[in-house]
Design a protein around this ligand. Structure first.
Ligand SMILES: Nc1nc(=O)c2c([nH]1)NC[C@@H]1CN(c3ccc(C(=O)N[C@@H](CCC(=O)O)C(=O)O)cc3)C=[N+]21
Length: 287
């Protein structure tokens, strides 16, 4: 079997065209969707992701503003910035780029963002609502993965999904969303005795552990669907995933590339969430 590529880039482009129309409609009704991004410090990777978000917003007709601050900013000052943005009517979504410097508590910062403006879907209120299957802002990377699978008509219900990695922003929530879609979910992580034994049983494998080329063909069964969330830089500065693409490509049924897979979907779902926040705010205004 030769795997079909799931092009996140193409699915993202198609979805963004629809989102742009939604943004235009909102604009005509008097609400220009607005996203505020706070970037602390000058990490080149973070700066590059933030530029990607700005560009995507510009192309979709979403107003965006980026507050770039030095990494010497205190936690209190950062909390004050969030408080101001929480109160601004033209800002519907707030995103604080992670990771933050060690002297700032990410937990405190995330919890300071109003849940109605938490377009990352990281606030405990949104995570809790997701867990009980209620309407909420879904975390962008997991949401993007589900959206990709649906756009490709890849069945989730009744499938065995194995998630490798248990971070709060990818592993845990993607497992929860797969469960919400009626998959049977297994989590693997650094203390799992035999990851290969688990992933070999999987119909769908999501890999998010940050180890370049980790998942090779010995970890998968014939026809598995493989979602690569890894973003690793090689010494030459090239982007590679957690999946050994060359090794799995003849055995899997579907595989996402890096770059051009999950990454562009993450940004797309951020835009989706921003429009949803703007729509809600506009609805609220109308009464
Ligand atoms: N509060 C917060 N929210 C985030 O959503 C968030 C964050 N912090 N911190 C960092 C991670 C990482 N992230 C990516 C988004 C898009 C690409 C992306 O578009 N990647 C392109 C390639 C881009 C390139 O070449 O550098 C691709 O995979 O094709 C990657 C990574 C969002 N993150």
């Amino acid at each position: 079997m030769s795997a079909e590529l799931i092009s996140g880039k193409e699915i993202a482009a198609e979805t963004r065209r629809e989102l742009k129309e939604k943004a235009e409609r909102l604009g005509e009704e008097g609400t220009i969707p607005g996203l505020a991004v706070i970037l602390v410090g000058d990490d080149p990777a973070s700066a590059s992701y933030v530029r990607g978000k700005e560009k995507a917003c510009r192309e979709a007709g979403i107003y965006s503003e980026v507050d770039r601050t030095e990494d010497t900013i205190s936690e209190k000052e950062l909390l004050q910035k969030i408080d101001k943005l929480n109160k601004k009517d033209n800002i519907h979504g707030i995103l604080v780029q992670l990771p933050l410097p060690d002297h700032i508590s990410e937990e405190k910062i995330i919890e300071a963002i109003s849940p109605e403006k938490d377009v990352d879907g990281f606030h405990p209120v949104n995570i809790g609502r997701m867990m009980i299957g209620k309407d909420s802002f879904l975390p962008c990377t997991p949401f993007g993965i589900i959206h990709m699978l649906k756009m490709k008509n890849i069945p989730i219900e009744g499938r065995h999904a194995v998630v490798v990695g248990r971070s709060n922003i990818v592993g845990k929530p993607v497992g929860q969303l797969l469960l919400n879609e009626n998959a049977t979910v297994t989590y693997c992580h650094s203390r799992t005795k035999d990851i290969r034994e688990m992933t070999k049983q999987a119909d769908i494998i999501v890999v998010a552990i940050g180890r370049a080329g980790f998942l090779d063909e010995s970890y998968i069964k014939d026809g598995a669907v493989i979602i690569d969330v890894g973003i690793n830089r090689t010494e030459e500065g090239k982007l590679t995933g957690d999946v050994d693409f060359e090794s799995v490509k003849d055995k899997a049924s579907y595989v996402t590339p890096v770059p051009g897979g999950v990454g562009p979907m993450t940004i797309t779902m951020l835009m989706y969430n921003t429009l949803k926040a703007a729509e809600r705010a506009a609805g609220g205004k109308k009464g």
